[in-house]
Design a protein. Structure first.
Lengths: 478, 264
């Protein structure tokens, strides 16, 4: 997971200039939040359900070593193969080697954020394999050489006109074929069906692994998740190592909250549970079933005070709810994982130096914590990461210098009083009608879009001194 | 998994859980279950029966889920009515049948509308509907062989032929009243493709197999999960909302889903 070179504020400026993209994000986030609210309201006591889901995540992760061990045992018992990849490169190598050995030519992919994280596609393509994204949103992203901007809704940033343009340019679609969303959907079905029928390998993500049964569960609406895990001869599932639940019963609870929270559905259309390859007597299904358990920085997160971010079930609700995400969209974050969860997860996984700006991309309003189906305290971790960034020397020099100067002056009361009086006079001169409309030099950015209130004519110390003087004379009179 | 790879996984993750902070693990809903794991304890606590030879499943896997209901309230309606309402809201179509003949009539009527004579179907045993294939044949419908050969050159042409079919017919191992879902397990005579590859899927669901919810089903019928290589809860027609959160049906899976409630 590599950060982009452009600094965050430049990426934000660029995003703010993209009016159409911002309209698309606002429009779609709003609609998603509406359907989500309705689905959550159905639950009798949604808070109790969320507590329960949270407890499952907490207790699973606190004994993750044992649950993973059981999971491996049971996947193998079902006839599957497991590989533990410590790094992204280990995972990529495993899949590339497997694909080479089996003579794979075409790979169909279900949606997998882990595969984006470890940048799998370019490596396989460099080996001459055809890799086809089959989720409608991811397919459009792939055709357009774009990047997903939301973990659940990859083309949240695109309007239907954008999608129509992509289909026309890249697939030579006719006006009729892109006349509306249903037509574009059917076009994608026709094109991708061919890929499904010829693919030798299917690669999918994993929503939940179930330790006691050695199963993985994939939640999709389109059916591409079922096709890519059922049609090709080989199925490879890529699973972030934290994605486990201990039992089928626990899976049931998680499924109740995932669909409601993610897309406002009671259940996604296909809750697809896979337990090993095709069994004797079964008419179809893959001959080989591989699970790649991906660490890639997760065990370090698990070992520390940010382990809670690994409770995340990737529903995407905190992105929809976040005022910053709604304003700048997903791409400006410069990470596979955007929005509030991404602002914690990206620096946690890749190191604070790589994504030190992201924890600041928040107003700390708490909307993310409020909507989280497993009640992750994202604001707490954002603050912790901000502190870490400063400890790691990632704050701009003038900030730490300024804080030092402030500390030096602030611990000397007479000097502090003098500085306050001087600042008030200077600022007072710059103000008209009680507002400073333009600050000079480095401070100009502050007043570019808003006015700064002029400080009071008298400082607190001055007023306090006067007050004390008055009250002591009051006392002496009585 | 090679022993070395597995040992490495244990080592890396055991070390991590020893020092990690896991807030929210203890609460009213987590209380009283068998597997109480204290993450803050001494390193030795991680030595565990679950880490013995592969092939032996020894980890205490008591569900953390607890017994509190996580499903929506039932409003006092019978499951059948809730199922109907939920599937209806998703644009699924519900039919009723009291006999094999009635069920075959429903299938024949759908096939006639689609102008198709062949269908991809589960075996009679798999559907638990003895005589269904014969009843369909009597109505001019033939069921094709769903067996997909494992190896080429036989595989590709069979797949291409199956992909031409319009109609799939399956049984259902359970129905979920809250969500209008049918739950189907793979197995002998139980083609995955019959509910996946075809544009139109018909599932025959025995009404006594209706349960409330996915959480209820998985809490009580955990055995279903790994009974075959695949268990899937299908909740209405295939759909997407990727483009502007606008709903569109029939993306990759069936765009039309029918459920025959079978009450014989």
């Amino acid at each position: 997971m590599n950060p982009v070179d452009v600094p965050f504020y430049r990426r934000v400026e660029e995003a703010l200039g993209k009016t159409r993209m911002r309209q698309a994000v606002r429009h779609t986030s709003g609609r998603a939040m509406e359907s989500r609210r309705a689905a959550i309201a159905e639950l009798d006591s949604s808070d109790a359900v969320r507590d329960q889901a949270r407890a499952i995540r907490a207790r699973t992760l606190s004994a993750l070593d044992q649950h993973l061990d059981t999971f491996v045992t049971n996947v193998e018992k079902n006839g599957g193969t497991v590989f533990f990849a410590e790094t992204g490169d280990d995972a990529v190598d495993y899949i590339r080697t497997l694909a080479r050995e089996r003579g794979v030519k075409t790979i169909v992919k279900g949606k997998s954020m882990v595969s984006e994280e470890i940048e799998l596609n370019p490596v396989l393509e460099a080996d001459g394999m055809e890799v086809v994204e089959t989720d409608l949103g991811e397919f459009i992203v792939q055709l357009d050489n774009d990047k997903p901007s939301h973990i659940v809704a990859p083309i949240l940033h695109k309007t239907k006109e954008d999608c129509a343009r992509v289909f026309k340019e890249k697939l030579g679609a006719t006006d009729e074929e892109v006349a509306g969303v249903p037509q574009m959907t059917q076009l994608a079905r026709r094109v991708l069906r061919k890929a499904f029928l010829k693919a030798d390998m299917g690669i999918s993500g994993v929503n939940f692994g179930v330790a006691e049964t050695g199963s993985i569960c994939i939640c999709t609406n389109e059916g591409n998740g079922r096709l890519s895990t059922s049609m090709p001869r080989i199925h490879v599932a890529m699973m972030g190592m934290e994605r486990l639940v201990p039992t089928a019963a626990d899976l049931g609870v998680m499924l109740e909250v995932l669909g409601r929270s993610g897309t406002g559905q009671r259940l996604t259309v296909y809750s697809n549970i896979l337990s090993g390859p095709r069994r004797p007597g079964e008419p179809d299904g893959p001959e080989e079933f591989h699970v790649v358990i991906v660490d890639n920085g997760r065990s370090e997160v698990l070992a520390g005070e940010l382990a809670e971010i690994l409770y995340c079930i990737r529903c995407g609700a905190c992105l929809y709810a976040c005022p910053v995400y709604q304003t700048i969209g997903g791409h400006a974050y410069g990470s596979v994982y955007s929005g509030p969860v991404g602002s914690v997860l990206s620096p946690a996984l890749a190191g604070i130096h790589a994504f030190h700006e992201l924890p600041h991309a928040s107003t700390l309003c708490g909307a993310c914590k409020e909507v989280c189906p497993v009640r992750i305290d994202i604001p707490r971790m954002l603050l912790r990461l901000r502190a870490k960034g400063v400890e790691a020397g990632e704050s701009p020099q003038w900030v730490s210098l300024g804080i030092k100067v402030l500390g030096w002056i602030g611990t000397r009361p007479r000097l502090f009083g003098l500085a306050g009086r001087v600042a008030a006079r200077v600022a007072g001169m710059a103000a008209t009608d009680g507002w400073i409309r333009e600050l000079p030099a480095h401070l100009a950015g502050w007043t570019a879009t808003r006015d700064f209130p002029a400080p009071a004519k008298e400082s607190f110390q001055e007023r306090w001194a006067k007050r004390q003087g008055r009250s002591s004379t009051d006392r002496s009179r009585s | 998994m090679t022993p070395a790879n597995r040992a490495r996984m244990r080592e890396v993750i055991s070390r991590a859980v020893r020092t990690g902070l896991f807030p929210g693990g203890v609460g009213p809903h987590a209380a009283g279950h068998a597997h109480d794991h204290d993450h803050g304890g001494e390193p030795g606590h991680l030595t565990h029966a679950g880490t013995n030879d592969a092939g032996v499943d020894t980890l205490p896997t008591a569900a953390i889920a607890g017994t509190a209901s996580v499903a929506p309230p039932t409003d006092g309606l019978p499951r059948r009515e809730r199922f109907r309402a939920a599937l209806d809201a998703l644009a699924g179509v519900i039919h009723e049948a009291r006999s094999i003949d009635e069920a075959a009539d429903v299938v024949a009527a759908i096939a006639a509308r689609l102008d198709c004579k062949e269908l991809l179907a589960w075996s009679d045993e798999a559907m638990d509907l003895p005589g269904m294939t014969a009843a369909l044949q009597a109505r001019g419908l033939t069921t094709v062989d769903a067996e997909l050969p494992q190896a080429e050159p036989a595989r590709a042409p069979r797949l291409a032929a199956l992909a031409q079919l319009t109609l799939g017919l399956t049984g259902a191992d359970a129905g979920l009243a809250d969500t209008g879902s049918v739950v189907v397990a793979s197995g002998p005579g139980r083609s995955r493709m019959a509910s996946l590859l075809v544009p139109v899927h018909i599932a025959v669901l025995r009404v006594d197999r209706l349960v409330d919810s996915i959480s209820g089903l998985l809490a009580t019928r955990g055995d279903l999960v790994a009974a075959g290589s695949n268990l899937v809860a299908i909740t209405g027609p295939s759909r997407t909302a990727d483009i502007e959160h606008t709903l569109s049906r029939g993306v990759h899976g069936p765009g039309e889903v029918h459920v025959i409630l079978f009450d014989a």
